[in-house]
Design a protein around this ligand. Structure first.
Ligand code: ADP
Ligand code: MG
Length: 143
């Protein structure tokens, strides 16, 4: 295992429910650290580009509408095995299948309004981090 960085987004449903602090606690509790963060209201163009891999899926239009419906918190999380660890902390895509104690199990209301995004591989983490952050915007933690 190695120290990795991954992209996390707290989606508009969770931001709207004032759950930012509670969700970040799940990451920190499991050893992930926030090394970059910004609050954004995604444009239609940004959401389409970010999710372009899903362009052919039936839910694509609804996904873009949802992701542009309110502000999001975009973060880079760092830690041991951060990409897989973040996915584990998030829980299954469909909150009906997500275990209690995972972010989606505890905060998500439906498969489309599912509280958080997380990169799913080393390659996507790299691309997704670069989509939102310039290198100088990502900090180095001292400890
Ligand atoms: P994940 O976010 O767990 O990586 P995917 O990459 O498969 O999941 O899908 C991206 C996002 O698209 C999901 O988080 C969810 O918001 C939405 N989504 C996925 N599958 C569906 C579906 N069957 N119906 C509605 N929305 C979906
Ligand atoms: Mg995904």
């Amino acid at each position: 295992m190695a120290i990795e960085q991954t992209l996390s987004i707290i989606k508009p449903d969770a931001v709207g429910q004032n759950q930012i602090g509670n969700i970040i606690e799940y990451f920190e509790r499991d050893g992930l650290s926030v090394v970059a963060a910004k609050m954004l209201h995604l444009t239609q163009e940004q959401a389409v580009k970010f999710y372009e891999i899903h362009q052919q899926r039936p839910f694509f239009k609804d996904l873009v509408t949802f992701m542009t419906s309110g502000p999001v918190l975009v973060m880079v999380l760092e830690g041991e095995d951060a990409i897989a660890k973040n996915r584990k902390i998030m829980g299954a895509t469909d909150p009906a299948k997500a275990e209690k104690g995972t972010i989606r199990g505890d905060f998500a209301t439906s498969i489309d309004q599912n509280a958080v995004h997380g990169s799913d591989s080393k390659e996507t983490a790299k691309v997704e981090i670069a989509f939102f952050f310039k290198p100088f915007e990502i900090t180095k933690r001292v400890q």
